[in-house]
Design a protein around this ligand. Structure first.
Ligand SMILES: C[S@@+](CC[C@H](N)C(=O)[O-])C[C@H]1O[C@@H](n2cnc3c(N)ncnc32)[C@H](O)[C@@H]1O
Length: 259
């Protein structure tokens, strides 16, 4: 049992090292690569808009941690929309944090940044009102998700909440088969981790008042190139269960219970 645990710990360390190096290498071009296609741009817009809505009202004292913050895309998006609460970005990659710092300087925005590991956040217990986590969980095999969720639970204060984006495996049965095989054959066997919508309740068992939204419906990015308004309006359908189940990502909002 002890040996199995340490082998698994070594594997986790390898994954972290590989992610840290890979994101540090791509940090200077990360933003441009993500928004080069109409699909990337549309997806970025609808995801951030959905999460902004789920955050709801904030005030000057609200403590919001974005983890991982990467190049700060989401934090700067919020600043541009007039949010002025306390924002802290946490990331494991020194390169991503450097890019984020550089962007903050260019925009004259104040966001605090700290290098840290999601599995051992450099934050006190019950110290955070809102923790957002985008494009992250899928980077780790599902067996590590309970540890990631337990660490976010530790730092969020009772009554505070987590908003986490997770890849949706469902996307219709054909979609499920497609992503499984695509990842196996086209991404060099590196499997990404997905969640089925019905598994969300189990994953967030300790949390209260869990709700999820869908982000990204196939075809809408193309439509947005010619008719951005209708595409955005149609994307609003992901609030409803059937369309949520067909979305690429599930955004889960979960509260830490008060008692
Ligand atoms: C796909 S990027 C997402 C960044 C950002 N959330 C966004 O939406 O642009 C994944 C990020 O996870 C960070 N990362 C990887 N492993 C981590 C860990 N164990 N703890 C904290 N950050 C980590 C990487 O450095 C990278 O910035």
């Amino acid at each position: 049992m002890g040996l199995a645990k340490s082998i698994d710990g070594n594997r986790l360390q390898q994954i972290k090292d590989s992610l840290r190096n890979s994101y540090t290498k791509q940090s200077a071009t990360y933003d441009a690569q993500r928004t080069i296609s109409a699909n990337g741009k549309f997806f970025f817009e609808v995801a951030y808009q959905t999460i902004d809505e789920l955050i709801g009202p904030t005030d000057e004292d609200t403590v919001h941690v974005d983890m991982p913050c990467g190049t700060g895309r989401f934090l700067f998006y919020l600043c541009e929309r007039g949010r002025t609460h306390n924002m802290l970005g946490v990331d494991l990659s020194p390169g991503m944090l450097r890019t984020c710092q550089h962007k903050a300087g260019e925009r004259s925005k104040t966001v605090s940044l700290v290098m840290g590991d999601a599995f051992r956040l450099p934050l006190a217990n019950d110290s955070v009102d809102i923790l957002t986590s985008m494009r992250f969980f899928h980077l780790f095999p599902r067996r590590y998700w309970p540890a990631l969720l337990a660490e976010t639970y530790r730092v969020i204060r009772p009554g505070g909440f987590l908003i986490a984006e997770m890849r949706n495996l469902f996307r219709g049965v054909a979609g499920a088969l497609y992503v499984e095989y695509r990842d196996r054959w086209f991404y060099g066997g590196r499997r990404r981790s997905y969640v089925w919508p019905h598994q969300v309740g189990g994953l967030f068992r300790r949390w209260a008042c869990v709700e999820s939204r869908g982000v990204g419906l196939d075809g809408l990015a193309r439509l947005s190139a010619v008719a951005p308004g209708p595409a955005r309006r149609l994307h609003g359908l992901t609030r409803y269960p059937l369309c949520r189940h067909l979305a690429k990502e599930l955004v889960v909002k979960a509260y830490k219970p008060l008692h």
